[in-house]
Design a protein around this ligand. Sequence first.
Ligand SMILES: Cc1cc2nc3c(=O)[nH]c(=O)nc-3n(C[C@H](O)[C@H](O)[C@H](O)COP(=O)(O)OP(=O)(O)OC[C@H]3O[C@@H](n4cnc5c(N)ncnc54)[C@H](O)[C@@H]3O)c2cc1C
Length: 414
Amino acid sequence: MSQVNSVIVVGSSAAGVSCIRQLRNGGFTGSIRLVDKDKHGAYERPPLSKQVLINPQLKSDDISLVSGEELAELNIDSYFGDKVTNILPDLRKVIFESGKEFVADAIVIATGGEARRLPIEGSNLPHVFVLRHFQDAINLRQKLLPGSCVAVIGGGFIGAETSASLSKLGVSVHWLNAAELPLSHLLPRELCEKIVANHCADGLNLITNCRINKFVEQADGSISILFSDDTETLNVDAVVLGVGMSPETPYFSDHVSAKVLNKAMGGIEVNESQETQYPGIYAAGDVAAVIQSDGSVLRHGHWQSAQYQGERTAASILNKSLPAKPVDWFWSDQGDLHIEMAGEILPTEQHLVVRHEGDWPVYFSVLDNRVVGAVSVNNPNAVRAAMRMIKNAVNIEPSQLADTDLSLRKLMRG
Ligand SMILES: Cc1cc2nc3c(=O)[nH]c(=O)nc-3n(C[C@H](O)[C@H](O)[C@H](O)COP(=O)(O)OP(=O)(O)OC[C@H]3O[C@@H](n4cnc5c(N)ncnc54)[C@H](O)[C@@H]3O)c2cc1C
């Protein structure tokens, strides 16, 4: 691509903000605009299902990703509270709901995703909430006072975190799951059982294997949940949906969408330099579907990956060598449980090694004497050690990992 003198970054979250920082760190002196439809500007999303629900004093500034002072120091033009309605990649033009237009040499699309709603009647009722934006968390916090009753739907991390946080707040929580065991599509089964038992002991009412037919609003605004198998109706003050997210890409024409969107999983297809098939148009973070060297396509939905892809995009715009891929890392805070995960947890039992260390066992996935994944609860050091093992492809016997007489610090050195 020819000389880049101006960049527009659409989306001021993990991917967008890491991109602007890295552009300036990398010596870019041209103009940078950071734009977002959210009037609250640049803030962290992970606290929305955790601290923001629990602490009524928290404001968006308390979870800010980049302060006004830093934006000024970095000489970034920010423009918040106006939605991008059209991106014209051929013209490298961005058009906003207000009618405003910006043109730049490079456009970085970091628009993340929107929370999914269930495709059933009543899914859009006023007291059926989702959690993706700061305002969502505030709306929920205002509705749910201690003593009220909520149904949280979804057996993934957002459902687990939201349930645990609301329970801490003194709300009576029904945690509804389509599966038999929440989190079991993400973590080793034995660990899920322990985590779920812990949540239930803290007062969550877990309902599994449920199929919801519809939500019906009552005269007082409360919600009745009707199940497909005609089991008893559940009445609650509010419902929270934690059923995943969809990449946010409504700003492309049909013609552009057909060219750039991944058909199987949605998201904007990019190469490993984060560039779309339109030169100068990049995508990073939750919205990006990254084509790997073997032709497969990966779309991540967690903070570290969004942050890293932002950095990678900046390097790509600056025509510098791309930063090395970090070992994949993720965390989840569920009440008093701090879960960390690295690499890939294989679904196969025979590759699982359990290390009984402290109150919570640590689980490793091991393939051909190499650690490929790990997960711990309230033991971040174990996952840090596993990340070193994964990164350096340390040769290790499963029996050594399980042996608590051998320290992980020693083992990670190989
Ligand atoms: C409640 C919650 C809890 C989470 N907890 C964790 C966690 O504990 N650990 C973890 O690793 N990950 C967690 N995540 C995931 C993590 O926050 C995301 O992966 C990360 O925020 C993705 O960053 P992003 O920059 O790609 O997109 P997003 O964070 O989705 O940001 C996209 C931005 O683009 C803006 N935008 C969208 N469309 C437009 C438009 N048309 N015009 C202008 N602006 C637009 C949006 O307003 C938004 O600010 C959590 C996510 C949520 C929602």
